[in-house]
Design a protein around this ligand. Structure first.
Ligand code: NAP
Length: 258
């Protein structure tokens, strides 16, 4: 069975590794956002497909039997493409959707539903650490009275708030490192997406220890899965669960290509 993993996450890399080790034919797809991405095991392709139609064509042209959407929970567009393209081509779809973080006792969460809302909340603090990547930084640009400490992997290409510093860094991060950063930068609030997972969780532990509020952007809903009679769909939460779902789908017979 030839599998396409839509990746860019730790879980996607874990799954690719397991499938390659099991001798499966797997190709991972990355958007190409970061300059030096962590590369998964096996074949890799980089760049957008050109919407759902482009993805559907790619699935057919490359003899893909099954698609795993293991993208980040905030990567809404590609997940919608995956849902539509698998429905139109009849390709089985496995969603690998990592669980959200849940508020722990002692954590001070300010829950918001958008980055603009997060920015408005952040502007009520003097110094704010932004750990949201670089794509949505423009939401903070209007706020001149707050000092923003921006942590990201590559150089931002959008409007930035006037009073900012940038720390280039890539996870995973340790609790000690996160505590040191928040303490030394005199951070009064932290902004994060509710990404879930272990790679970037240490900042929440550090913020709790230091009594720092966390402005947390809640997740978008899962993509609408369209007509589920058109192909099997499995929703999983870890690379192991996804691996097992693939094994079950494989046992139920090699899916026909659309
Ligand atoms: P997005 O808004 O859902 O996607 C925008 C466009 O980028 C898509 O329409 C698609 O272009 C292309 N694309 C996205 N992911 C792709 C993939 N894995 N392979 C090929 N093309 C892809 O996604 P995003 O939020 O920009 O995230 C981009 C990538 O970064 C994803 O792979 C995601 O897993 C990873 N990532 C995102 C975040 C986050 O916070 N959003 C965090 C960590 C990692 P076409 O329409 O042309 O196909």
């Amino acid at each position: 069975m030839r599998a396409l993993i839509l990746g860019g996450t730790r879980e996607a890399r874990d799954l690719a590794k397991r499938l390659v080790e099991a001798g499966d034919d797997v190709v991972s797809s990355l958007a190409g956002r970061v300059k030096n991405p962590a590369l998964p095991a096996g074949e890799v392709r980089i760049g957008g497909f050109g919407g759902p139609e482009g993805l559907a064509a790619w699935i057919k042209d490359n003899n893909i039997d099954i698609l795993i959407d293991a993208t980040h929970p905030f990567a809404e567009k590609i997940s919608r493409s995956a849902a539509t393209a698998t429905a139109t081509t009849g390709t089985p779809l496995v969603l690998l959707h990592r669980p959200a973080w849940e508020k722990q006792p002692g954590e001070k969460w300010i829950e918001v539903s958008s980055m603009d809302e997060a920015a408005a909340e952040a502007s009520t603090f003097g110094t704010v650490l932004l750990t949201i990547g670089r794509q949505k930084l423009a939401s903070f640009a209007p706020y001149a009275a707050t000092h923003f400490v921006i942590r990201c992997v590559d150089e931002p290409e959008v409007a930035l708030p006037p009073d900012h510093e940038i720390i280039y860094s890539r996870g995973p991060f340790t609790e000690e490192g996160e505590e040191q950063l928040q303490r030394e930068s005199r951070v009064q609030a932290l902004v994060t997406k509710n990404s879930g997972g272990g790679l970037t969780h240490a900042k929440l532990i550090a913020a709790k220890k230091l009594g720092i509020p966390v402005i947390i952007v809640q997740r978008p809903p899962l993509p609408a899965l369209e007509d589920t009679s058109k192909r099997p769909v499995r929703v999983t939460h870890t690379a192991d669960e996804a691996f097992d779902a693939l094994a079950t789908l494989r046992k139920s017979g090699k899916p026909s290509r659309g």
